[in-house]
Write a protein that binds this ligand. Structure first.
Ligand SMILES: *Cc1c(COP(=O)(O)O)cnc(C)c1O
Length: 393
């Protein structure tokens, strides 16, 4: 490995060297559940973590390790561990790092599933949860300053792409000794590196952009050794382990992460501009637009604005969405994002399906909002497809 490889080189090469077998150029999918030892001392050394190796598949696995290693290097972290899904790693992190009587400060616009952990599960274990207005940085800072063990952030958020100032809030967390966690799923390490902005842990739903092909679920978290070890320890016991086959698919997908994300950045910008000037569109939420409330912060902390946007139809009803969505030919209407294909869906059926219509309204999610995950199709075709579909209005 050259000393300071750029991100595209890392996407291809990082983390794979140590597991290539007998001249294979690709990481093998190791399905074996257990790993045998003839030498008891050897076995013991691996079990005690004094020597590298694997014992049992719920704990660690070579293919899974190669995936963790690739993400670790892309995020510039000391350590990484994974889980079967994004929610697997998010819940593992929160339950590993919080105890009864402690406090977590977060924002109202976290991913729907994360929000359920905050509103339903953590309170059952007497963890105090404070969810702030996502764009009110003074309020978030003030709540953090009252003292907390964890600050949990996400930027850009799902689905309205709100942007939080990661460096500013990480600094606030640091002042009270809190562990700062950032969900970097929407940005990917190609566009945003939270650890360089002061976060302690950065996590992903690898199901989305990292894998990029909508064919494998996964979650991953990176940061310093001690914190990652705590999350790993919880995950090895709760058993939400990433499957080796999924790890392989994620590894393969990640080899084109930089190419995909660069294309998605460029196409999304063009599409956002097109939609913003379209008479049937009320509003476009994309951090790359000057009209976006978080544009200045996004410019500061992101090197690209990503492939995710959402937009609101002028006719603000679920019925308008019902008529519009089936007209799109080059988009899956599905509950996923970050794939090579363009994917659309109303938050009512995807990210915030767990919320009631009233809760969605309170979160500023209008009924005609459509989340648009830009694929890597030719942008001219995506623009034409949107234009023909919007012609009904
Ligand atoms: C999808 C998603 C998650 C959850 O990931 P799963 O792999 O579906 O469990 C968490 N955070 C964000 C931002 C997401 O988009």
């Amino acid at each position: 490995m050259i000393e300071t490889p750029k991100i595209g080189t890392q996407c291809i090469w990082a983390g794979e060297e140590s597991y290539l077998l007998q001249g294979a150029t690709q990481v093998p999918v190791v399905h074996s559940v257990s790993f045998g030892y003839r030498d008891l001392d050897d076995w013991l050394a691996v079990a005690l973590g004094e020597k590298e190796g694997h014992i049992y598949g719920r704990n660690t696995n070579p293919t899974v390790h190669a995936f963790e290693e690739k993400v670790r290097q892309l995020e510039g972290a000391e350590a990484a561990t994974s889980a079967a899904t994004g929610m697997g790693i998010i819940s593992s992190a929160l339950f590993a790092l919080l105890s009864p009587g402690q406090r977590v400060v977060s924002v109202k616009d976290t991913y729907g599933g994360t929000n359920v952990i905050f509103t339903e599960f953590l309170p059952r274990f007497q963890v105090n949860v404070t969810l702030c207005d996502t764009t009110d940085h003074e309020q978030i800072e003030a709540e953090i300053a009252k003292g907390c063990e964890v600050v949990y952030l996400e930027s850009p958020t799902n689905p309205t792409t709100k942007v939080v100032d990661l460096a500013r809030l990480a600094a606030a967390g640091k002042r009270v000794g809190a562990t700062v966690i950032v969900d970097n799923t929407f940005a990917t390490p190609v566009n945003q590196r939270p650890l360089t902005l002061g976060a302690d842990l950065v996590l992903h739903s690898a199901t989305k952009f990292l894998g990029g092909h909508a064919d494998a679920l996964g979650g991953v978290i990176c940061g310093n050794k001690e914190l990652v070890q705590q999350v790993y320890h919880y995950r090895e016991i709760n058993g939400a382990t990433l499957h080796p086959m999924a790890a392989y698919l994620l590894l393969r997908g990640m080899k084109t992460l930089h190419l995909r994300v660069r294309q998605q950045n460029a196409s999304a910008m063009q599409i956002a501009q097109f939609l913003e000037s379209h008479p049937a569109i009320e509003r476009v939420f994309y951090p790359g637009l000057a009209s976006h409330s978080g544009h200045v912060i996004a410019q500061k902390q992101m090197s690209g604005f990503g492939g995710m946007m959402s937009f609101m139809l002028k006719e603000n009803s679920l019925d308008a969405v019902r008529r519009f969505l089936p007209r799109l030919r080059l988009a899956h209407a599905a509950a996923n994002l970050g794939a090579v294909e363009t994917i659309v869906g109303p938050p009512a059926t995807t990210s915030h399906v767990e919320c009631t219509a009233e809760e969605r309204a309170a979160m500023g999610i209008p009924e005609s909002l459509i989340r648009y995950s830009t694929g890597i199709e030719d942008v001219e075709d995506l623009l034409a497809d949107l234009a023909q579909a919007l012609a009904i209005f």
